[in-house]
Write a protein of this length. Structure first.
Length: 219
């Protein structure tokens, strides 16, 4: 009886050891299988890394803003944030005609119109100049004003925008140190082939280009 009992105890111990060994082996295999914890951790890391990347879109902001130009903004931002990136609205901007809460999209052009009162004032000014030119009594006076203007403008020498320094670019009308620096930075990424290429410079719109056109040379 004692021999039989010892034999049963030995078999029980042996089975227990086999079960423990099998459990350890199964746990090790689970860590290396395609569906194991190592693959899960890699997938979680990839998702976290992708979520950390901030997607941006490129938009053009023009019209009644302080610094018209092309800007890279977060894809989740709205029109009001893109306008803020362009320096904000000017005093004569008509913000009521712009949907400020609209979400931006890649390639979008955001144009801020001016107020109707400002447009009418500008139109009246142009009409007054035309009428003065048609009035014979004021023709001579207008001519003298143009002569004086020509004399003042002659003080501004032509500037070669592809080779001029920052200080030389500041001789152009309406160009300060910051805008002159942006002209140089834009030129470094691609030379200007015409005066219209100045529109690539953030802060230079069509109105400012019209003032610069007679004073720039493309070399």
């Amino acid at each position: 009886m004692q021999a039989k009992a010892k034999k049963l105890i030995f078999i029980a111990v042996l089975l227990t050891g086999c079960i423990i060994t099998s459990l350890i082996s199964t746990n090790d295999k689970a860590k290396t299988l395609p569906g194991g914890s190592s693959l899960l951790q890699s997938a979680q890391s990839a998702v976290t890394s992708k979520a950390a990347q901030v997607k941006t879109v490129r938009v053009q902001v023009s019209g009644a803003v302080l610094e018209p130009g092309i800007y890279d903004v977060p894809a989740s931002c709205r029109v009001e944030e893109a306008i803020a990136a362009a320096g904000g609205l000017t005093e004569n901007a008509d913000s009521e005609r712009v949907n400020l809460v609209r979400k931006v999209r890649d390639g979008m052009q955001i144009r801020v119109p001016v107020q109707k009162a400002a447009r009418k004032s500008s139109t009246r000014g142009r009409k007054s100049q035309v009428n003065a030119g048609l009035d014979g009594s004021t023709t001579k006076k207008s001519g003298s004003n143009r002569a004086g203007a020509g004399k003042n403008n002659s003080a501004v020498q032509s500037v070669r925008i592809n080779s001029a320094s920052v200080s030389e670019l500041q001789q152009l009308p309406g160009i300060g140190p910051a805008l002159a620096q942006r002209i140089v930075e834009t030129r470094n990424s691609g030379r200007f082939s015409s005066a219209e290429d100045l529109l690539r410079v953030p802060g230079i719109g069509k109105a400012k280009l019209a003032k610069l056109r007679d004073y720039v040379e493309v070399d």
